[in-house]
Design a protein around this ligand. Structure first.
Ligand SMILES: Nc1ncnc2c1ncn2[C@@H]1O[C@H](COP(=O)(O)OP(=O)(O)O)[C@@H](O)[C@H]1O
Ligand SMILES: [Mg+2]
Length: 333
């Protein structure tokens, strides 16, 4: 028997009301909605890492914010450890805040520039572990700073004195101080240099393993999530295009969008020169306020035919644990 998933997302939809550029009469009486997340499904097991990849604007941050209760879902279900999160009151969210934590792309940006690093890391304990006094909070924060590779000499510094990589280590420590079971990382390395990216990814891989953390790691580039993901999910316009075990998806991508993303990934040249983009995905970046009919990827898809305009392909099992939403991907084929 398979163990029930830690997190189970079904038919999740998150719509934003478009802030009135068009007068109502031009869009049938009400502003068109932005379909940021549209009918999304996935599961996550305890201790597992899921990489979520897609181009800018496909709904990744909306998903991250919805999973931690910062953004309201329009419909669907998010079950965490048996509890339905959609529609949960603030009060009922409280005990879960410790369990589910978010790491941002720029974790220090939203914090006071006057705060000391050690206080930034310790702060979540005030609300979520009120049993700790100031001394206990500080000693826990110092220990965790050490674990993420920041020595005590940095503890009393201010955010502006840190590099990007150090800032991200602080963000990770701040998320982990309450000992979550699920860590959601929204493009935590996208703003960092490639060598620093690798250090942060290694650190997250180690921390996830030693704490049996389940992790959702979001990136816009498949190459970034490869090393740390047990499974990968490829998103396009708020929908799942493909998901499966990472090894299988990279070895044998089944959806034309996954293939295009892999072909567009930077390749390290044999002579060690700077990575170049091999081939960029053609066509316009999609607009979630006006999603295409049928398969949302069809306007950019090399395989698109009449059927792709006519009907939305369902996410179907193509192989073992690999799923793809494409009319032209046959099971086992
Ligand atoms: N608060 C909001 N109000 C209206 N539209 C939004 C809001 N947040 C995001 N969007 C729109 O929703 C879509 C998905 O955005 P986002 O989740 O940030 O994507 P990603 O993180 O993949 O770049 C985009 O078209 C974005 O412009
Ligand atoms: Mg984003």
């Amino acid at each position: 028997m398979a163990t029930p998933p830690l997190l189970s997302v079904r038919r999740l939809r998150v719509l934003y009301a478009r802030r009135g550029l068009l007068p109502g009469f031009m869009s049938g009486g009400r502003p068109a909605d932005i379909r940021a997340i549209d009918d999304l499904h996935f599961d996550l097991q305890a201790g597992e890492t899921l990489g979520i990849v897609g181009e800018s604007g496909c709904g990744k941050s909306t998903l991250a914010r919805t999973l931690v209760g910062l953004q309201e879902a329009t419909s669907g279900s998010i079950r965490y450890n048996g509890t339905e999160l959609i529609g949960l009151s603030r009060k009922d969210w409280r005990p879960l805040r410790r369990d589910v934590q978010l790491v941002f792309q720029d974790p220090l940006a939203s914090l006071s520039p006057k705060m000391k690093i050690v206080d930034i890391v310790a702060e979540p304990l005030k609300a979520l572990r009120p049993e700790f006094d100031a001394a206990a909070r500080r000693s826990r924060a110092l220990a965790l700073l050490e674990r993420v590779g920041l020595g005590p000499e940095l503890a009393d510094r201010k955010p502006r004195e840190l590099s990007g990589g150090q800032g991200q280590r602080v963000g990770i420590a701040r998320a982990l101080i309450v000992e979550p079971k699920l860590l959601i990382c929204d493009e935590p390395v996208s703003a960092l240099d490639v060598s620093i990216q690798a250090q942060i990814i290694n650190l997250l891989t180690e921390l996830a393993r030693e704490r049996n953390l389940a992790m959702i790691f979001i990136a816009h580039d498949l190459a970034v999530v490869r090393q740390l993901s047990d499974r990968v999910l490829v998103m396009y316009l708020g929908k799942v295009m493909e998901q499966g075990r990472a090894d299988n998806v990279y070895a044998r991508p089944r959806h034309p969008y996954t293939r295009a993303l892999l072909e567009a990934a930077p390749v390290i040249e044999a002579d060690g020169s700077k990575p170049k983009k091999r081939r960029l995905l053609g066509g316009d970046t999609p607009n979630p306020a006006q999603p295409p009919m049928g398969c949302v990827f069809h306007p950019r898809c090399p395989l698109a035919e009449h059927a792709c305009v006519q009907s939305v392909p369902l996410l179907r099992r193509v192989d073992g644990e690999q799923y793809a939403a494409c009319h032209f991907v046959a099971a086992g084929g």
